[in-house]
Design a protein around this ligand. Structure first.
Ligand code: GDP
Ligand code: MG
Length: 296
């Protein structure tokens, strides 16, 4: 009998969610958007093993409430947690505990879902006994099914993690065929890659004010696609930062994003990026809906 189900990975920014996701899923991202079960969250990756299947779903970043966007995001987090079978709380074990950690822990508690505690970045710890006070703190706060120390970056103990997840998922057949991949989900994945590159190359100058939309995705040939993405910012000054001197930064973002998109697609693509100013888009309901950030 195999095990299968939905798993949410939740943690503070910088905990290592994206790194872990990339390690676990590699290039084998099989995202599906046309199945009724998947409407409440975005699937980030599917890991299929002889023992079963883990469907990793996205919980949008955990931010402090404030903007309309963040309010929606918070309810999106809670909504996503409601629909999953297992929650993995990922924590950077190399930094001390802060308010953000308590906030994330509260979300996990409130979800009342079985949860695993992932203590990440163990490669940074000289002495592994530094984990003990952390394990102690968390286990006093909540009954985690398992504590799994990992290094997402070094891909250390990630197989142990996969086994643990499978053990705690309900018995059942795989939910998705191994290489199901729809156009819609590809568009979202592509936009997410571009957004990540924007954030990487702009550092703190452009904090969370970007949305990226894949406007066109043309499969020109079986082995070549033409993709148009729009990067939306709130102010002209932000547009200037993203474009950079002589468009150098935008070019750089494009090159990095294209490499990763080509890996994802398994073939070459032409990627065109546009930067558009939409004042105050974070507070505009209609735009949020267009960007797929609807809270309901
Ligand atoms: P996210 O915000 O939770 O998605 O975190 P990221 O995956 O973007 O990781 C944030 C930073 O931590 C990046 O610089 C990663 O390279 C780094 N990082 C993630 N996992 C590990 C790890 O296991 N060990 C070390 N040393 N660094 C890590
Ligand atoms: Mg991330």
């Amino acid at each position: 009998m195999t095990h299968a189900g939905y798993v949410a990975l939740i943690g503070r920014p910088n905990a290592g969610k994206s790194t872990l996701l990339n390690q676990l899923v590699g290039q084998k991202i099989a995202a599906v958007s046309d199945k009724p079960q998947t409407t409440r969250f975005r699937i980030q990756g599917v890991i299929t093993k002889p023992e079963g299947q883990i469907v990793l779903v996205d919980t949008p970043g955990v931010h402090q409430p404030g903007y309309e966007l963040n309010r929606r995001m918070m309810s999106a987090v809670q909504e996503a947690l409601m629909g999953v079978d297992l929650v993995c709380l990922i924590r950077d074990a190399s930094v001390s505990t802060g308010n953000g950690d308590r906030f994330v822990l509260d979300l996990v508690k409130r979800s009342e879902k079985p949860a695993l505690l992932l203590l990440n970045k163990i490669d940074k710890l000289e002495d592994k006994s530094a984990l003990l006070p952390l394990i102690d703190w968390y286990s006093k706060e909540h009954e985690f099914r398992e504590v799994v120390p990992i290094s997402a970056l070094k891909n250390d103990q990630t197989n142990v993690l996969i086994d643990s997840c499978l053990r705690h998922l309900p018995e059942g057949d795989p939910i998705f065929a191994e290489d199901e991949l729809t156009d819609q989900s590809l568009r979202v994945l592509v936009a997410e890659i571009v957004r990540e590159k924007v954030l990487h190359s702009t550092g703190d100058e452009i904090p969370y004010v970007t949305a990226v939309v894949t406007e066109r995705f043309e499969e020109v040939r079986e082995d070549f696609a033409r993709i148009y993405c729009v990067i939306v910012v709130e102010r002209d000054s932000q547009k200037k930062i993203i474009i950079g001197k002589g468009a150098s930064r935008l070019k750089d973002i494009g090159i990095r994003a294209r490499k990763e998109i080509e890996n994802l697609l398994g073939h070459r693509c032409h990627l065109e990026l546009f930067v558009k100013v939409e004042e105050d888009w974070r507070n505009k309901e209609q735009l949020l809906d267009e960007f797929g950030l609807s809270g309901n």
